[in-house]
Design a protein around this ligand. Structure first.
Ligand code: CA
Length: 495
């Protein structure tokens, strides 16, 4: 069986129409929906640490963050850890990865790679390949399209005497959400529905929800995030100010002219009559969600191109197709952008899988997690799974077999102090309840913290009523704390 694994960066399930969220009704994703129609949509898929590099390392190793070492964004993957691609390659698979890599070790187990420099650029990005002698070479074009071009070119070079495993890792829809030129004005006349918690006042939460730097209202930059270049010097975090120059620096003059004409037009009214208070937050949300969905539009187009390629080459019946993201994302829920927190929108990740001969057009509600991906691919490839992988194979679920499945999930976010200043926390979630423990020493003005949250997701799906300490939930709280302790002990969590 061939493997086509497509992963985006920061794609919220709210922005995939197969998941049925109101946002995606206005910005549909017909090609991602094709995978759902022909495959299985996981409605309860989660990550174990909602941030990019740890999630990528988990995908490749099948391990939790503390097991592979990449607990933080910027450092850590243990170079001795094996990637599932090494096993596939040994078993005779042709293997390739195209797109975002962003790990501190070189790709292992790939016949071919073509990877972006660091986070990569949206326009005219730099790629390094397994053949470029360590050099990054710039290519003209839009990143999502170029990654797909390279994926198709690689598929064209291989013959069908051996199976392939191709990983297509998009940069989009990562911050700062720069759309392709042809989509700059898409959705401009649409008003997206605001999430009910856009103005969440965090009244039942601890300090951690008042000291983060991840709010739409206060922590996004006018130039970098909202594309109002005229306001680059309005007060903002220094990295946001500098990031704008970097993001624009790879565009050529012709691209820049089209870009500026579009945003100047869209910014005119805003600059003439700048809204304030809640109206300003509403304006920011609309600008953010539109650019976000514009970058998704290109992802959807390009996934469609790959699906068409598979159909035209009679590969659909023997290829496992996975679509997922490295984690979910807040699209204004709790007033947030970004990820990191264990609240549903960031903790969840979209996951849609087409398994030849498996379930079609169905949803699966089991609690699955990104520790399961390596396991699943090894299983689908007919290989025995190494003992150091932590997850479970999703293949029985994909085939619709009646098997016993896990009843809860463990989550742990470590990367503090860092961009966004989200505090360290771990927690457990079962079908109905979630327990979160924020902990650790404070940095700068932040205080040391030891703060618990408990949510009844059935009664309170938007997670605004922290029930920790509520006597009606005493037994449930105790059970969840025991479950958390069980995970911490079994997984040998040391912090
Ligand atoms: Ca990410």
């Amino acid at each position: 069986m061939n493997i086509l694994y497509i992963m985006t960066d920061d794609h919220a399930f709210q922005a995939i129409s197969a998941y049925g969220h109101p946002i995606s009704e206005l910005a549909p994703t017909p090609n991602l929906d094709r995978i759902a129609r022909e495959g299985l949509l996981f409605s309860n898929a989660f990550v174990e640490n909602s941030i990019s590099a740890p999630s990528r390392a988990t995908l490749l190793t099948g391990m939790y963050s503390h097991q592979h070492g990449q607990t933080h964004l910027g450092y850590g993957l243990n170079p001795d850890r094996h990637f599932f691609t090494e096993y596939l390659q040994k078993a005779g698979y042709r293997t390739a990865i195209i797109g975002k890599w962003h790990l501190n070790v070189d790709p292992k187990g790939f016949d071919y790679y073509k990877i972006l420099n660091d986070q990569g650029e949206y326009y005219n990005p730099y790629f390094r390949t397994s053949e470029s002698d360590g050099k990054y070479m710039q290519e003209e074009g839009y990143v999502t399209n170029l990654i797909t071009d390279a994926a198709i070119s690689w598929l064209d070079t291989i013959s069908n005497d051996r199976p392939f495993c191709l990983m297509v890792h998009h940069k989009a829809p990562h911050r700062n959400w720069m759309p392709d030129l042809k989509y700059l004005d898409l959705y401009e006349d649409v008003t997206f529905p605001e999430p009910p918690t856009l103005f969440d006042d965090y009244s039942t939460r601890g300090d951690q929800m008042r000291t983060h730097e991840l709010s739409v209202a206060e922590h996004m930059g006018y130039a970098f995030d909202f594309k109002v270049a005229q306001l680059q010097n309005e007060p903002t975090l220094k990295y946001i100010h500098d990031s704008f120059d970097i993001a624009m620096s790879t565009m050529n003059e012709e691209q820049l002219e089209i870009w500026n004409a579009s945003y100047d037009r869209k910014n005119k009214e805003f600059l003439q009559n700048r809204p304030e208070g809640k109206d300003l937050v509403r304006w920011k949300y609309q600008r953010y969600i539109k650019d976000y969905c514009r970058t998704i539009k290109s992802v959807d187009d390009q996934v469609g191109r790959l699906l068409d390629y598979l159909e035209e080459h009679d590969l659909v019946d023997n290829t496992l197709i996975v679509y997922t993201s490295d984690q979910g994302f807040f699209l204004g829920e709790h007033g947030l952008y970004d990820k990191r927190f264990m609240y549903e929108e960031a903790f969840r990740t979209p996951l849609i899988i087409m398994y030849p001969g498996g379930l079609k057009g169905k949803h699966c509600d089991e609690l699955v997690q990104n520790i399961d991906y390596a396991h699943t691919i090894m299983d689908a490839a007919g290989l025995s799974v190494p003992e150091d992988m932590s997850g479970m194979s999703l293949v029985p679920l994909l085939k619709g077999e009646d098997i016993s499945w896990r009843k809860s999930l463990y989550y742990h976010f470590y990367d503090y102090p860092s961009v966004g200043m989200a505090r360290k926390h771990d927690g457990v979630r079962n079908e109905r309840y979630k327990l979160i423990h924020f902990y650790g020493e404070g940095y700068g003005d932040d205080k040391d913290i030891d703060s618990w949250e408990l949510y009844d997701l059935q009664e309170d799906p938007t997670e605004i009523n922290n029930l920790y300490g509520d006597e009606r939930y005493e037994i449930i709280g105790t059970e969840l704390r025991e479950e958390l302790e069980r995970y911490r002990k079994e997984l040998k969590i040391s912090e």
